[in-house]
Design a protein around this ligand. Structure first.
Ligand SMILES: Cc1cc2nc3c(=O)[nH]c(=O)nc-3n(C[C@H](O)[C@H](O)[C@H](O)COP(=O)(O)O)c2cc1C
Length: 200
């Protein structure tokens, strides 16, 4: 699989960091095209200050194994491979996805590579997953989600579950990410499966 990952300026650097590592560890994933918006980099700085991230050292600082699978693309390079439907991307995940990027994709604005690549996924009827984060939602946010759902995207709010009783933030985040990965046809062995309530 070739997967595009976009990191935009919503809170949730931990989702992005752990997702990149889970994806890189998947044998079915051959290549990861990574794009980070300017605001995305700023939020990464705020939430992972110790990593001292720059646009070029992201993979080296955030990813353990599987770094060779990554290609980093500049968000202002609207002529990059993923800007064209002729380039065979299997799926795109924006994680975390800001309300700004959500709105731009919903309205076909395509002003940067992330927005254009997402627009391409929709026009080519390919898988587009938007791991949105904000709270509460305005009517504009909700309408944009409705529009994108109708256009074929999957709106995947960054809302972890607790019925599997996570013992740490990392575990809660990982089980959420495994749900995202299931939508890519990937089934990590540690993914929790609900088998019904015991003792009822
Ligand atoms: C620390 C920080 C946290 C933010 N968190 C969110 C958020 O959770 N959701 C959101 O939609 N925007 C959030 N924003 C605002 C976006 O970064 C801003 O709207 C930006 O223009 C989005 O640009 P992008 O979509 O190109 O990344 C945050 C900004 C900062 C600096």
């Amino acid at each position: 699989m070739i997967v595009t990952v976009a990191i935009t300026g919503a809170s949730g650097a931990i989702y992005a960091q752990r997702f990149l590592n889970h994806l890189a560890a998947e044998p079915k994933v051959a290549r990861i095209q990574l794009v980070v918006s300017g605001a995305g980099l700023r939020v990464l700085h705020e939430e992972l200050p110790e990593a001292q991230l720059t646009a070029s050292n992201l993979v080296e600082r955030l990813v353990g194994e599987g770094r060779e699978k990554f290609e980093i693309l500049a968000n202002n390079d609207v002529g990059a491979s993923i800007a064209s439907g002729s380039f065979p991307v299997d799926a795109m995940v924006a994680i975390p996805c800001s309300m700004g990027t959500l709105g731009s994709i919903a309205h076909g604005v395509s002003r940067d590579l992330i927005q254009r690549a997402a627009d391409v996924m929709l026009k080519e009827r390919r898988k587009l997953i938007l791991v949105i984060r904000d709270t509460p939602f305005s009517l504009i946010h909700l309408e944009n989600m409705r529009l994108l759902t109708l256009a074929g995207a999957t709106v995947f709010p960054a809302i972890p579950s607790f019925y599997h009783r996570p013992g740490s933030i990392e575990e809660a985040v990982d089980q959420f990410l495994y749900r995202v990965m299931a939508h890519l046809g990937l089934r990590p062995s540690k993914a929790y499966e609900w088998r019904g309530s015991k003792g009822k």
